[in-house]
Design a binder for this molecule. Sequence first.
Ligand SMILES: [Zn+2]
Length: 79
Amino acid sequence: MSLGTGKGGSGMSLVNCRGCGKLQLGSAEVLCSDCLRGRIEQSHRVKSYLREHPQATVMELCAHTGLPLSTIHEMVKRV
Ligand SMILES: [Zn+2]
């Protein structure tokens, strides 16, 4: 396979993983499979905490899950 650096290619190109910065093939800025797996585990932690503590604040989530605020903000937005 060839990793063209020029423009004009259709479809997949090299992009950096949004999580770890690793180069991967993709059509947009996304997470690599490692980060994706980690992100899913993290979101499970956040969701299960929210289920038991529906009134929890982002700060509480941060403290209890050990995840960075930005990550939690991103997850909460999607809930
Ligand atoms: Zn990654």
